[in-house]
Design a protein around this ligand. Structure first.
Ligand code: FES
Ligand code: CO
Length: 355
């Protein structure tokens, strides 16, 4: 599926940037589903997202500056407000009216969980995923990763629900090589997602013994994974001692082959019990192990079930494909594929497929 060519994917919210990277004097740029956007904070401190292209001579607006909450184009100084309406044209005389057509597209934006979320469509199909644990003042939220990966969102989503990869991909961190059989899991489908419950035996290396306050070399994860269509998931892990480690991960689609990984975790312990830096370090190792493999997979990930081979533990990934295919169909779309999809995968155009 080429995500930039499926318009219905514009009807979801995606986390695009940590709020702390936004300012009220310099705009930032991001690319969401191939759409370049300029981001900043208005005078009330709310995030703003508009198309990153001036309607005058197409200059990149995010190279401009913010003045009084409005974005001023670097080329001729036209200014745009949070609705994308041009509110100042320095070349016009004071009594001349600004034409209503001086307008750039503005997008829905919201701050949640410390990130700016953007929806490219006026009518999102779903709200921003609700994570009740984030509202509990007794818990702490730790931002973890914000980085581009060369893989599709679907690959990362199914990886999160894949109980068969731990013993191989995560052999150096928590994977139990003595138990390669996937833990049995209980699967339930949601209207726009799915949930998986599993009890997973894991190795508990020294770094984790400290992070979890579990001194044993082996332990269990009671894991509840939730997929929020199309590219967000939570993994709520509870350990036998009651510690909760809830991971939120989004694979925000930048382009057909790049996803921006946005990950934070929520814990019910304190900094005195486990340092945030140590928690990030362990999850960095695990996440890096997944990244190394996922970046070798085909980014034009097929929804068609028969295009790849499967085993029993792939059920969540199969359901994701079916649900995404049904979403496209319900909105009158057919799956768009790369012209090279059925021959061999192209990582970078001009790299693997050129002679
Ligand atoms: Fe933006 Fe001219 S290109 S003001
Ligand atoms: Co993994």
């Amino acid at each position: 599926m080429l995500v930039t060519q499926q318009p219905v994917l514009k009807r979801f919210w995606y986390p695009v940037m940590p709020m702390e990277q936004l300012s009220s004097d310099r705009p930032q740029s991001f690319q969401l589903l191939g759409q370049a956007i300029a981001l900043w904070l208005d005078e009330a401190g709310h995030p703003v997202a508009v198309a990153d292209r001036c309607c005058h001579r197409s200059a990149q607006l995010s190279k401009g500056v913010i003045i009084d909450g409005c974005l001023r184009c670097p080329y001729h100084g036209w200014s745009f407000d949070r609705d994308g309406t041009c509110v100042n044209v320095p070349q016009l005389a004071a009594d001349q009216k600004i034409p209503a057509s001086y307008q750039v597209p503005a997008f829905k934006s919201a701050a949640r969980y410390g990130y700016v979320w953007v929806c490219l469509h006026d009518e999102p199909l779903l709200p921003i995923p609700y994570i009740p644990e984030a509202d509990d003042a007794a818990n702490r939220l730790i931002p973890q990763f914000y980085e581009p990966w060369q893989c599709s969102g679907l690959r990362l989503m199914e990886n999160s629900f894949d109980n068969a990869h731990f013993s191989f991909v995560h052999a150096a961190s928590f994977g139990n090589q003595q138990q390669p059989e996937p833990a049995s899991a209980e699967l339930s489908t949601l209207e726009y997602g799915l949930q998986l419950r599993a009890t997973i035996p894991v190795v508990n290396p020294p770094m984790q013994q400290k992070n979890l306050n579990i001194p044993q070399e082996n332990t269990f994860r009671y894991a509840l994974s939730t997929w929020y269509m199309p590219f967000c998931r939570t993994l709520k892990i509870t350990y036998p001692n009651g510690l909760m480690h809830l991971i939120f991960t989004a694979a925000t689609p930048v382009s057909d082959r790049v996803s921006q990984i946005v990950q934070f975790c929520i814990r019910n312990d304190t900094e005195a019990e486990a340092k945030a830096a140590d928690i990030i370090a362990f999850d960095r190792q695990v996440t890096g192990e997944d990244k190394a493999v996922l970046e070798t997979t085909d980014w034009d990930t097929p929804l068609e079930i028969s295009a790849e081979q499967h085993m029993l533990s792939d059920q969540p990934g199969i359901i994701m494909r079916r649900k995404l295919a049904a979403l496209l169909k319900a909105h009158g779309e057919v799956e768009q594929r790369s012209p090279f999809a059925n021959t061999f995968q192209v990582r970078e155009l001009g790299d693997r497929h050129t002679p």
